[in-house]
Write a protein that binds this ligand. Structure first.
Ligand SMILES: [Zn+2]
Length: 426
């Protein structure tokens, strides 16, 4: 068990290390890095101008299309990259190419002036945004050793294709809450875009490969730096999401992939519900939609609001029990240790009084409640008022005057918790 815990801590430290490299620093004479995004000196100077006058012109440029309408992104893989990582780079490229008109071509054959160079020369994961003006190849650094896994590489390729971070979209404040007071790096990493990177009408995507996870750059890593406004979807802001339908949709729109396929297909379809016209002359539909034009919807919410695997909205008398969190029959030794989280948003109702009774409460015992805890958020839906473990809440009663969040998290499952929380409206 401890070994596993050690492993987890180690992975986390490595990942943190990677991310702490994100802070603003001068890379060399030529580049300046802000977050995991690289800028030329010229572009960075522009970035500092309040008007962003020539920001777009300087740093963002599209990759050109060939005669067949495919967007050609030439690349080289530097000798510093190990074999496992080479494999991950190819898989990460495929995440983008299978649903877009992007085509990566080996620059040993293409011999283009502008190309990507995947390298492991420096620590950390970073890339330019869009095609840069560098004639000798623009680096996509995929880190050393265990840094920059497959989906992080897909994220860096997203930058190289021209995508900015999802949580810096101009409309992000409608979708997420950012806690600047808990950020350990330059606030610019969280600054909203003006009209520089358009979102092309694609809905805000909590599951985007370009979205940071909820505790990114946190001074206090036990609380969030960024959370969804719809708090019950907190679990979707995790690191390591792969390229999602809506990420592909954004590339399809930005690079006008539909025009590419239209030239090859006998018939073009107008796809609905954020579907897009794909290489096979059919609409590619997001999960939860179907039909020739993705016109049928089987989900109430768009699928990027992925329902919690446990938890959800409560507005009537309910018993939360350990069985809701873990199905006893399915837990096996090999499933340990586990990381699992559940989020319940308990709504206050004006026509009823709300009472929460912790009838049974026995989680793992540890002084700082790190391994397993239950968090109650009463004063804010986004910040914990209290974290409890062991038997700390056994028999406790609450009578909240507003909505509250109950959040359960386990890093290491030593035993099935003994939990019975009675939520009563009367
Ligand atoms: Zn990034």
């Amino acid at each position: 068990m401890l070994q596993h815990f050690g492993f987890w801590i180690f992975s986390f430290v490595v990942f943190r290390e990677t991310l702490s490299q994100y802070s603003r620093q001068r890379m060399s004479e030529d580049f300046i890095r802000l977050g995991d995004m690289l800028y030329t000196e010229e572009a960075y100077d522009d970035l500092r101008q309040p008007s962003f006058r020539s920001f777009r012109k300087q740093i963002f440029s599209f990759w050109p299309k060939d005669d067949d309408g495919l967007v050609i992104v030439p690349y080289l893989i530097d000798s510093s990259v190990g074999s496992t990582k080479k494999e991950d780079i190819r898989k990460a490229m495929t995440q983008w190419t299978e649903k877009t008109c992007i085509k990566f071509v080996d620059n040993r054959e293409a011999k283009e002036k502008h190309y990507l160079v995947f390298q492991s020369r420096e620590k950390g994961c970073f890339s330019f945004v869009g095609r840069s003006k560098l004639a000798k190849g623009q680096p996509v650094n995929v880190g050393k050793d265990r840094e920059c896994n497959l989906n992080v590489i897909a994220h860096e390729i997203g930058h190289a294709l021209g995508l900015a971070h999802e949580h810096t979209r101009h409309d992000r404040d409608e979708h997420v809450v950012v806690f600047l007071d808990n950020i350990s790096v330059d606030e610019r990493d969280f600054r909203k875009d003006k009209d520089v990177f358009s979102s092309y009408g694609v809905p805000y995507n909590y599951k985007s490969v370009m979205h940071y996870h909820k505790t990114i750059f946190a001074k206090n890593r036990t609380i969030a730096t960024i959370l969804p406004k719809m708090v019950e979807f907190e679990h979707t802001l995790r690191s390591n999401n792969p390229v999602d339908h809506y990420d592909a949709l954004l590339i399809n729109l930005a690079y006008k992939c539909k025009d590419t396929w239209a030239n090859r297909c006998r018939k073009i379809l107008e796809c609905q519900n954020y579907g897009f016209f794909g290489a096979e002359c059919k609409c590619v539909c997001p999960l939860g939609t179907s039909g020739l034009r993705c016109e049928k919807r089987s989900v109430k919410r768009l699928p990027h609001y992925e329902s919690p695997r446990c938890g959800g909205l409560i507005n009537g008398t309910t018993m939360i029990s350990d069985a809701d969190i873990f199905s006893r029959g399915r837990i096996s030794e090999s499933a340990l240790p586990a990381v699992k989280e559940c989020i319940w948003l308990v709504k206050h109702r004006s026509d009823r009084r709300l009472q929460i009774v912790f009838e049974d409460f026995e989680l793992s015992e540890d002084p700082e409640c790190r391994r397993e805890f239950l968090e109650i958020r009463v004063n804010s839906l986004y910040r914990p008022d209290k974290r409890a473990c062991g038997r700390q809440l056994h028999g406790a009663r609450l009578q909240p005057k507003g909505d509250i969040v109950i959040y359960y998290r386990v890093y290491i499952l030593e035993k099935i918790p003994d939990l019975k929380i009675f939520i009563r409206y009367f």
